[in-house]
Design a protein. Structure first.
Length: 207
């Protein structure tokens, strides 16, 4: 489900399952809304220039100015429940789609690259700025490491359990940590995807 995010002026941005995207003042007053044609499960991302990016199940990634006007939208062939991640160095936008692709767009909405994976993507990618690699999991249970500049796949690790949450990057220990649908937490070597350790929780992990 979508979580609210705060803009630099403390405006709150959030979408709902009716397909509406809201900007709400810190006092709880609606500033503007925009209606998409699909549910919004993704959390929005905001870049340094206050452009707001959010995906919808109608297959579009939307880019809004902070006054609610639409800058552009980019169409994929299936819904988007993956939240976008922004590269701080140049503002590139990365996100996954249920059409099994990871997309990289520039700030004008132009496609830079797309990388085809083998399974649907609900999880949001994370960007490791230390090595310029994206890490993302799929519904089929595979973790992908993808070069953020070119979209080439650096490595894959077939875990074979559903992944709907985003990985966490442990820079100190060089690990990518992921929660799985079978209740496991696994730590993988971020350089090659090899298993470092795993921990058994009580039930499925969706975060």
């Amino acid at each position: 489900m979508a979580s609210p995010v705060l803009g630099t002026d403390t405006t709150i941005y959030v979408g709902d399952i009716s397909g509406k995207f809201y900007a709400v003042s810190p006092e709880g007053v609606t500033k503007w809304t925009y209606s998409t044609d699909g549910e919004i499960y993704a959390t929005a991302a905001i870049d340094a220039g206050d452009t707001i990016y959010v995906g919808s199940e109608d297959g579009y990634l939307y880019a809004f100015k902070n006054d609610g006007s639409l800058k552009w939208r980019y169409k994929t062939s299936e819904g988007i429940s993956s939240s976008p991640v922004i590269k701080p160095q140049d503002g590139s936008i990365y996100f996954g789609s249920e059409d099994k692709n990871i997309y990289a767009l520039d700030t004008s909405g132009k496609l830079v690259w797309k990388s085809e994976l083998n399974e649907e993507i609900w999880a949001s990618p994370v960007l490791d700025t230390s090595n310029d690699v994206l890490y993302v999991g799929t519904l089929g249970g595979t973790i992908y490491a993808i070069n953020a500049a070119h979209g080439t796949q650096t490595w894959t690790s077939e875990i074979e359990h559903i992944i709907v949450g985003s990985p966490a990057i442990d820079e100190i220990n060089g690990s990518v940590v992921i929660g799985l649908g079978n209740g496991e937490i696994q730590a993988l070597n971020k350089n090659d995807g090899s298993l470092k350790w795993k921990y058994i929780a009580n039930d499925a992990i969706s975060s």
